[in-house]
Design a protein around this ligand. Structure first.
Ligand code: DC
Length: 339
């Protein structure tokens, strides 16, 4: 069966680059929101206002690998007072869904065309990435700068891991962990850009920062019932306050409609180096090779588990921080958030 999806976007200037970049953005968003692949697209009709003539928008689709669909570009009729510098599309797709399920996409200045179709996103910044990618350092700075609440979701999994360790429960045993979940009460207290975490009334903010607890956290995070309990708590915080939330599945699962999604990455050696620097600052002895090994085996586990594995959301901005300073990463994210 065929359905049609509508979209529109305004562009900043009449240049090839600007036309293609915005067309690509609009099409990628249409594909994301409707779960489409290139093969699902039968045809795309583009129209552009008469002030756009530096390039055909359709070229951007060929660049995106949409090579089989029939494309056509046309100049729109001019209506006095209508939106300027605007590209519109009608995408015909092959689908089992009904027309009313289609998600139409109106971006930038074109939002005014169909405010009824524009879904409001949750005002949150979701930051995901592997251990040591700089998430928490940068997330705290951004929260402070924007006046948002910083939420470290890894701390919650760590608190469950710590409970298991303290109570001699094998954290790799799903059934054993599930049995004690109703005895675990986790509370987060946020003030002045920092988070303190309480496990059954006790402040465990510092106690959860050990390699043993990190391993426990990674293991309990693969258990469905643990995730259900913590994700519900995370969602409720995200919907009550403006948050910068970091973790592994924030953009994909906890706040899939977050206004800004970031995926931070860095190579393993760089991440191990950063961990060692932190330990050095605290005067804690360390073994570089052991830390590098710990980090990569935890990543493997987090990326390959069945439930909400660590992965970048399709609409996340992926930033490789290996060669970047903290300030550079912070500024890049703020630029994305403010843009
Ligand atoms: O960010 P961290 O190192 O404090 O996280 C500890 C573990 O918790 C991590 O190895 C995977 C898990 N985790 C998760 O599965 N989902 C999250 N949103 C956050 C952390």
């Amino acid at each position: 069966m065929c359905c049609c999806i509508r979209g529109a976007i305004t562009i900043e200037e009449n240049t090839k680059e600007c036309i293609w970049r915005n067309t690509e953005l609009m099409l990628a968003e249409i594909m994301n929101r409707n779960g489409l692949s290139a093969d699902d697209i039968i045809s795309v009709v583009f129209t552009a206002t008469r002030d756009i003539d530096a390039a055909y928008p359709a070229v951007a689709l060929r660049k995106m690998g949409i090579t089989e669909a029939s494309l056509i570009c046309m100049q729109e009729m001019y209506v006095k007072g209508s939106l300027e510098m605007c590209i519109r599309v009608m995408v015909t797709i092959n689908t089992d869904k009904a027309q009313k399920e289609m998600q139409h996409v109106y971006l930038k200045g074109a939002v005014v065309l169909r405010p009824d179709l524009v879904k409001k996103r949750t005002e949150a910044i979701a930051i995901d990435g592997p251990a040591g990618s700089g998430k928490s350092t940068v997330a705290k700075l951004i929260a402070k700068e924007l006046g948002y609440i910083y939420v470290d979701t890894g701390a919650m999994y760590r608190a469950v891991g710590l409970y298991c360790i303290n109570n001699s429960i094998n954290y790799a045993d799903n059934k054993a962990v599930e049995k004690v979940l109703d005895k675990i009460d986790i509370d987060l207290v946020h003030s002045e850009g920092t988070q303190r975490i309480f496990l059954n009334g006790e402040d465990v903010t510092d106690a959860i920062r050990t390699p043993a607890v990190a391993d426990g956290a990674s293991k309990v995070a693969a258990i469905g019932k643990v995730r259900e309990m913590l994700v519900e708590l995370q969602k409720s915080i995200a919907h009550r306050s403006k948050v910068v939330m970091d973790g592994r599945d924030i953009g994909t699962n906890v706040i899939p409609d977050a206004r800004v999604k970031i995926y931070l990455d860095a190579n393993v050696l760089e991440r191990a180096k950063r961990r060692c620097n932190e330990l050095e600052e605290k005067g804690i002895p360390y073994d570089f090779n052991a830390i590098a090994k710990d980090i990569s085996s935890r990543d493997e586990y987090d990326k390959n588990r069945e439930l909400n594995p660590l992965t970048a959301a399709e609409d996340a901005h992926v930033i490789d921080t290996s060669e970047m300073t903290i300030d550079e990463v912070k500024n890049k994210i703020l630029e994305i958030a403010r843009g």
